[in-house]
Design a protein. Structure first.
Length: 146
């Protein structure tokens, strides 16, 4: 019995030391729906991957009525803010963007941004999501990363 208790304590101590060692900074950024996509919600989660790369997880709760199925969503990072950003994106994150929309689960996409987490979070960047050119290519969500 003592061996089992000692082993459990050792495992718990190891888990606590790993969890407490170097927690990653993870931040959730709400993506605001544009008037074209009113009533829908989305969120981006940023996680540092390395000194020059950030993981981006996108959760989309809805697309405009009339969007072709499967939905083709295009994601861009711009310098500036949602209210006022540069005309050309700094990063186009569109390797694989097609997913089937599910009313209950929404759409989940994962991308990698070739920019350090701290740089993205320093301010001055906005994430914009659009539908496909076949759907008119409107902005449907925007969120400021800093």
């Amino acid at each position: 019995m003592k061996v089992v208790t000692s082993l459990a304590l050792l495992v718990a101590a190891g888990w606590i030391s790993v969890v407490g060692a170097a927690p990653k900074q993870i931040v959730a950024v709400p993506l605001n729906a544009t008037t074209y996509n009113a009533g829908h919600i989305a969120q981006a989660i940023l996680t540092p991957l390395s000194s020059s790369e950030t993981a981006l997880s996108l959760f989309v709760g809805g697309v405009p009525n009339g969007t072709a199925i499967p939905a083709h969503l295009y994601t861009y990072i711009y310098s500036g803010s949602c209210a006022r950003h540069e005309p050309k994106p700094v990063y186009s994150l569109n390797r694989i963007v097609t997913d089937n929309f599910n009313e209950q689960a929404g759409i989940q996409l994962w991308k990698s941004v070739p920019l350090a987490y701290d740089s993205l979070r320093s301010g001055g960047y906005a994430l914009v999501m659009r539908t496909s050119p076949a759907d008119g290519n409107p902005d449907i969500f925007c969120g400021e990363l800093g």
